[in-house]
Design a protein. Structure first.
Length: 355
């Protein structure tokens, strides 16, 4: 009898402990679920909150050969005279970012509000790429070209809905966004007055996901003699003047090899018949210094190369404490806009002459 009582006591003790452990586990699960829910709610609230800039933060959706993509448009609070239109800057985010993240990091909206231009932030769908990367590389299958066409559909839609000056459109991107910016400029060269690549892979260095990995690490160097422009850049680039390109890259970039910067500049210079000038060292205050080289043809800048010392895989001069953003570098947003504005001004005399 004593043995059975002892067994019963052990069973009851086990059941009590199991019940207590279950209660604790359920409580922890509820607390964890609540914390996760709060984090998701805060993240959603941050994404919905407009980034800094005196203007309207508008949301839209465009459909094209590559599917549907959402976008944000920043429209500054500026009254335009009748018939006048604004320039447009297209900003393509990098992997792991959203359009709003990129706007907050680059602070391009503040420049737009001051200078009077609109900013389009297309957004990659996680269904099309889990990490939110633009597909700049898969030209062999045609997927990259279809995605580029969808981005152009977004640009066309915005140009129809808002007062966009189609002769003053520029495109810039970071990392995968830089690769897509270059792809857009080669597939639709007459649609852009300027293009800027920040921390991207040299145009023509990859044609598939497998070759993209090698290109990012600097193991694939594009060789683009003038006769091969059509094969490397696409048929649209043949016989067409490519828009001027600004290349920015950090020499401490551990994601995309820094050698891609010089390769990108060399490829674009070859395709445009430009020659490099003397490299100069620039530094503002305590910001990271940069080695700058202009590539010119007939006195016209076709490529400007900024190689920023001490900068990693991040937007140079971007907002502090944000991912893929380094406040210590030269202000890339100001550099991009200044480069685009110069291209816009240079295009005016040619337009008047053609008219």
């Amino acid at each position: 009898m004593a043995r059975r009582s002892s067994t019963s006591a052990l069973t009851r003790a086990y059941q009590r402990n199991l019940k207590a452990l279950t209660k604790v586990a359920v409580g922890n699960s509820k607390r964890l679920a609540k914390q996760v829910g709060q984090q998701v709610a805060r993240a959603t609230e941050r994404q919905l909150k407009p980034p800094p800039g005196a203007g309207d933060w508008l949301t839209g959706m465009a459909m094209g050969p590559g599917g549907t993509r959402g976008y944000h448009l920043f429209k500054p609070h500026i009254e335009l005279p009748a018939g006048e239109k604004m320039p447009l800057m297209v900003m393509l985010h990098g992997c792991g970012q959203t359009g709003r993240d990129f706007a907050a990091s680059t602070r391009m909206n503040r420049i737009a509000a001051r200078e009077g231009f609109m900013v389009l932030y297309p957004e990659q769908d996680r269904l099309h790429h889990p990490q939110g990367c633009w597909n700049w590389y898969d030209t062999r299958s045609g997927q990259a070209n279809r995605e580029a066409a969808t981005l152009m559909a977004a640009l066309d839609q915005v140009s129809l809905l808002y007062p966009v000056d189609r002769e003053r459109v520029a495109v810039a991107g970071l990392s995968a966004g830089a690769g897509m910016a270059a792809l857009l400029a080669t597939r639709y060269p007459t649609r852009f007055a300027a293009v800027a690549m920040h921390s991207g892979v040299a145009p023509g260095a990859a044609r598939s996901s497998a070759t993209a990995i090698g290109a990012m690490s600097g193991r694939r160097v594009p060789l683009v003699p003038a006769v091969a422009v059509g094969k490397a850049f696409g048929a649209a680039a043949v016989g067409t003047t490519l828009p001027p390109m600004l290349v920015l890259h950090g020499d401490h970039d551990a994601v995309v090899a820094a050698s891609n910067a010089a390769n990108a500049a060399a490829v674009w210079a070859t395709a445009t018949g430009a020659r490099p000038g003397v490299e100069r060292l620039l530094q503002r205050g305590k910001r990271y210094p940069a080695r700058v080289t202009d590539f010119k043809r007939s006195g016209r800048i076709c490529v400007t190369l900024y190689q920023v010392e001490s900068l990693g895989h991040a937007w140079s001069g971007g907002a502090s404490k944000l991912a893929f953003s380094d406040a210590g570098g030269p202000d890339a947003s100001k550099l991009v806009w200044a480069f685009a504005a110069r291209a816009f001004r240079a295009a005016v005399p040619r337009q008047m002459k053609n008219d």
